[in-house]
Write a protein that binds this ligand. Sequence first.
Ligand code: AMP
Length: 189
Amino acid sequence: MKRIAVYCGASKGNKSLHTDATVQLGTYLAEHNLELVYGGGGVGLMGLLANTVLDNGGKVHGVMPQELVDRGASLDRLTDLKVVDNMSTRKKTMLNDSDGCIALPGGPGTLEEIIEAFSWARLGDNDNPCVFYNVAGYYDSLRDMFDNMVQNGYLTQSDRSKLLFSDSLTEIFEFMENYIPPRIRQYSK
Ligand code: AMP
């Protein structure tokens, strides 16, 4: 693995455990020569993560729609910034340019992006492992929802096992290294 896409809040939240975990992830990426691919923003956990990677000598690739660049949302010290037409192209580009996806705590944007990536994995359109960095149990209720999908027959246990919720960076990167994409989804009438 060389490049990791990280989705996270464009806000900073109000929990120091979340900002601490963001700094830990950024430091881990830089120390392991893993390049960051992210939305290119300079604010919230996004900005904190990118600045941490750069401060520790790592590389950061931003991908941002023109509209957000025009609004001055991009971080000005990125290794490089790809400017794209819209959010859909941004999400595709982030997946194509990375080898794995991690969600730190965040809001609706974070959730939407990682869940789209996981949904596409089941369709055969994304080979990247998807992981929720479950800092301080932030994603516990979402993990329960995915288990509920299995119990109600909307997701197979086998596909459920392709999505990790973990608060351990060691476990997260082991999972990513050993990941085999799900079988392409079949539909029965
Ligand atoms: P949210 O979790 O709702 O704060 O949204 C964060 C996600 O949406 C990020 O992963 C970005 O891809 C995108 N996003 C939202 N706001 C911004 C911003 N100001 N700059 C860059 N990306 C943003």
